[in-house]
Design a protein. Structure first.
Ligand code: GLU
Length: 364
């Protein structure tokens, strides 16, 4: 039996590259064979693939020393073409089409862009095309980039309403100590409410990708709290995807068990939008209290607002702060900052942040 019918699979640079940084075609081919097999068995798969930067680095050798941004742009522009070319060839052996979706964090901060990207992937899937997503590293502005593709994959999996996110790295999962020590072992299950693994995490980063175990854990916890199962496993192991998907097998990995109370898809988008916030809403003590208690559906009304910071438009993402300055959550504003300034303190008018578009840290 297959564990999931809809799954996002993130493949890290370290899985796809050899120690010298060149693309590992054998590994890519093995993974594509497995994705093709899953597709034939009726599973909806979206892939998030890193490896563009690494692939480009091994192809192009600039004569002059380049600054970090120019290097990233050059390597990813070249590498992304190589990466997708290889995927297309490998999938065509199975008579399957794949397509490229390049995205930026900035563009996903607007709900209409977000829905537009979701529509793009939906139409691809409906037409039997496997979307292969990556960040558009060639044109992304450094300060506005995703931390890494783990963060991007969390957003994609929730965007597509998938049951699970599988993050393939070059390590068997999250260890309860240094993976190199004999005494450490892989943490097999991370349950809701018990997701703080900071005491176990090594701070070292992966050698070719941008991510590390800490971001993987943060993203995995967040996504699992939103109702998706998240698996961190070793993409270098043969047959890993088919093994993980087989409900009869207990394959070595770390499994973040999904929270039994999934959040709505709009709230998931808000939850992943914190980094796009354009402004701040500071609420008064009364409103803070109501939000902290948070047991009913509460919106943020102008009467509960103390001050507004930043310059934002209607529908932009804003951070919500309580009376003592603690951040309580994230929301989508129904007013521009100018309009909001005008209506602060007024009663009987539409909420600044409607409940459906408010994601509170304490009760989600
Ligand atoms: N987008 C980058 C690439 O394809 C990878 C980012 C990451 O390492 O997570 O090279």
């Amino acid at each position: 039996m297959l564990r999931y019918k809809k799954v996002t699979i993130k493949i890290g640079s370290n899985v796809l590259t050899r120690p010298d940084g060149s693309l590992d075609f054998t590994r890519m081919s093995a993974l594509v064979d497995q994705v093709a097999e899953l597709k034939k068995r009726g599973v909806e798969v979206v892939m998030v693939s890193s490896g563009a930067g690494a692939a480009g680095r091994s192809q192009v050798h600039p004569e002059d020393k380049l600054d970090a941004v120019s290097q990233r742009q050059l390597f990813s522009a070249v590498g992304q073409a190589h990466l997708l070319h290889r995927y297309c060839m490998l999938f065509s052996d199975h008579h399957i089409l794949c397509g490229q979706v390049l995205t930026t964090k900035e563009s996903l901060g607007k709900r209409d862009h977000y829905l537009n990207q979701r529509n793009c992937m939906r139409v691809m899937l409906d037409n039997d095309v496997i979307p292969i997503v990556n960040e558009n590293d060639a044109i992304s502005v450094t300060e506005l980039m995703f931390t890494d593709n783990d963060e991007l994959s969390g957003l994609i999996a929730t965007m597509m309403d998938h049951e699970a996110l599988i993050i393939l790295s070059n390590i068997d999962g999250i260890y309860n100590g240094n993976p190199k020590d004999e005494g450490s072992s892989v943490i097999r299950e991370v349950l809701p409410g018990k997701r703080d693994l900071s005491e176990y995490i090594q701070t070292s980063k992966s050698s070719f990708g941008r991510g590390g175990m800490q971001t993987k854990t943060n993203i995995a916890s967040k996504v699992a709290d939103e109702g998706l199962e998240v698996i961190i496993a070793n993409g270098k192991r043969d047959n890993i995807l088919l093994d993980l998907m087989d409900s009869e097998k207990d394959t070595l990995c770390t499994r973040f068990v999904a929270s039994p109370e999934p959040t709505s898809s709009v709230k998931r988008w808000i939850a992943h939008s914190e980094g796009f916030a354009k402004g701040e809403i500071h609420v008064n003590a009364n409103c803070t209290q109501t939000l902290i208690e948070g047991d009913s559906a509460v919106s943020i009304l102008p009467v509960g607002v103390e001050r507004i910071e930043g310059d934002f438009e209607k529908d932009d993402i804003v951070l919500i702060f309580g009376a003592d300055g603690t951040q309580l959550g994230v929301g989508k504003s129904q007013y521009s900052s100018k309009e909001a300034q005008r209506v602060i303190g007024q009663k009987g008018i539409k909420p600044l942040v409607h409940y459906d578009y408010l994601y509170l840290f304490n009760n989600e």
